[in-house]
Write a protein that binds this ligand. Structure first.
Ligand code: TPP
Ligand code: MG
Length: 556
């Protein structure tokens, strides 16, 4: 076997069924190896898409997303997307080549094609672990470790860099036995902390659950002992405590859309904030209380805070905790609640939800009309991949999300341009039967144009996505920011193409409608029923929801 075949074999052994990539003369040996493997190669039109697609795939499935690029500019082109995956804790692996070991002179830029001195340094801030292969003898270890480490907690991107000549070098002998991967974090919390936490929860009159991405099951098809997150454990805890459940964007849909204890509102709305303010004990599960969820911590510290997190430091970095239980969600929650008597629900969530939605409808009827249509037309299995755009903000705030891993949203790094290329990865998962529902990408005109060339990928690979593109002729969010700050509307109005004709020129069925009325509903229903890629262009201008920073209601 040569080095490229070894890498493909390692990926296959790790359960990888699809990779996203773009070829260069340095990585062609990998293309040759992939051509003979069962792994599907989705060839993209920009390396950034390879990493976003890997991320979209990983978020929807919990599996490893893999992006393969060539040396230098190819590798560097992924960085915005790898940063998003890092901030959103998405398990992706970037496999990049480097120039040949035979041409490299350490520390000297010689002028070899694609050469970068210290290419791996580009990736340092956006990966949790890097494996830089320098000789063929470590390739198996490095490849296995890079794939494994991405999936271990905290799930984050890893980077494997291989000089081009080692891809075609022959492995002297293949041995898998000596691979060492660092141990996973401790799973069960210590008993003293568990008792203290149970005591606080038993005495609580108005307990509340704040649940983040750490509660989302890692791999749904795995044995229960491999679950870190757990839907059942969170639901049972909420029901035992009678506690309202507030979810972060990463955990949206965790209890399903209709559970009576799921608050179903973001904490940026006063109706949800009041619940937080009224709680006497908050149990925080798998969350780091980031600035986007807490209005940059203008949300006050709770009366009492119990933190349950696989990483105690991460769980307590933003609010001081009274008790910290370090452990995984399923086993720690069970242990925590074993001795707590069942409580009656204390909050009237139905009234809170109705009031919040009525206020939003009065404030922004068109945006709420859009969400109502999406709720009516999309089945609960649908996965919505939202970009950093006004319709995406609305959906992430108040849209109906049918279950865990059914909203992908670039909340981590806030990367505009995530939505469309990430949906390519989600759709690849759907094509492989790893995701049940239709895949919908919700994006704006500005963000879509970051990766408009990927229409070719959609058409070539026939990936099942419906792109809902809301064309407001500009960077609507920034236009709003400018007006809000009393500035000129300047440099935020955009020339946009006829998107439907553009899609049609790639052979993708597309229509344009005005606003979010009946024509939108009929076209959406028609397109999501079609397994071929489709595009629905909506001409509309929306104002952003109260979850966006200029509209935050808590001030510091
Ligand atoms: C990589 C990156 N560049 C710039 C921004 C700033 N930004 C946030 S939203 C936005 C406008 C997006 O325009 P569009 O996709 O048309 O959506 P709209 O706001 O009009 O709904 C911009 C420029 C960002 N978040 N990320
Ligand atoms: Mg726009």
């Amino acid at each position: 076997m040569n080095g490229a075949e070894v890498i493909v074999e390692v990926l296959r052994d790790a359960g990888v069924e699809v990779v996203f990539g773009l070829p260069g003369v340095h990585n062609l040996a990998l293309w040759e190896a992939l051509s003979r493997s069962e792994i599907r190669l989705v060839g993209v039109r920009h390396e950034q898409t390879a990493a976003y697609a890997a991320d979209g795939y990983a978020r929807a499935t919990g599996r490893l997303g893999v992006a393969i690029t060539t040396t230098g500019p190819g590798a560097a082109n992924t960085l915005g997307a790898v940063g998003e995956a890092w901030a959103s804790r998405s398990p992706i692996l970037v496999v990049a080549t480097d120039i040949a070991t035979t041409l490299r002179r350490p520390g000297v830029y010689r002028g070899v094609l694609h050469e970068t001195v210290g290419q791996e340094d580009l990736f340092r801030p956006v990966t949790k672990s890097m494996r830089i292969v320098e000789r063929i003898s470590t390739l198996v270890d490095d490849a296995i470790a890079a794939a494994d480490l991405a999936l271990q907690l905290p799930r984050r991107p890893t980077y494997l860099q291989v000089p081009t000549d080692l891809l075609s070098a022959t492995m002297p002998e293949l041995s898998w036995a000596h691979v060492e991967v660092p141990a996973e974090p401790e799973r069960s919390g210590d008993e003293q902390a568990m008792r203290a936490a149970a005591g606080l929860l038993a005495a609580a009159e108005r307990p509340l659950l704040w649940v983040g991405g750490g509660a989302v099951p890692l791999r749904e098809w795995d044995e229960p002992e491999n679950h870190y997150g757990s839907v059942d454990a969170v639901r049972e805890a909420a029901e035992r405590l009678g506690a309202p459940v507030i979810t972060t964007y990463m955990a949206r849909g965790l209890l399903g859309p209709d559970h009576p204890l799921a608050v179903g509102l973001p904490p940026h709305l006063p109706e949800c904030g009041k619940l937080w303010d009224a709680a006497d004990v908050v149990l925080a599960v798998g969350t780091d209380f980031d600035g986007m969820m807490t209005q940059n911590w203008a949300q006050p510290a709770p009366a009492k805070l119990v933190v349950l997190n696989i990483d105690a430091a991460d769980g307590t970095k933003n609010y001081p905790a009274d008790v910290v239980v370090q452990g995984d969600v399923a086993s720690a929650l069970e242990g925590l609640l074993a001795g707590v008597e069942p409580k009656q629900p204390w909050a009237d969530l139905e009234t809170a939800r109705t009031a919040a939605r009525a206020a939003a409808s009065e404030d922004q009827p068109e945006a709420m009309a859009m969400l109502d249509v999406l709720a009516r037309v999309l089945p609960d299995e649908a996965v919505v991949v939202a970009d950093m755009c006004i319709p995406g903000y609305w959906y992430a705030a108040l849209g109906r999300v049918g279950g865990p891993r059914r909203l992908a949203y670039p909340v981590g790094w806030g990367t505009l341009g995530f939505g469309f290329p990430a949906s390519i990865g989600t759709a690849a998962a759907a094509a492989l039967g790893q995701v049940d529902g239709p895949v919908v990408c919700l994006c704006g005109d500005g963000g879509f144009l970051f990766a408009a060339g990927e229409l070719a990928t959609l058409a070539q690979e026939q990936l099942p996505v419906t792109v809902v593109l809301v064309d407001d002729g500009g960077y609507g969010m920034l236009r709003y920011d400018q007006k809000h700050a009393g500035q000129q509307v300047f440099g935020t109005e955009l020339v946009t193409p006829d998107f439907a004709s553009l899609a049609a020129s790639f052979g993708i069925r597309a229509v344009t409608v005005e606003g979010f009325g009946d024509a939108f509903e009929a076209a959406l229903a028609d397109q999501v029923a079609d397994p071929a890629p489709t595009m629905l262009v909506v001409r509309a201008q929306l104002d952003p929801p109260p979850t966006t920073s200029p509209r935050w209601y808590r001030k510091r």
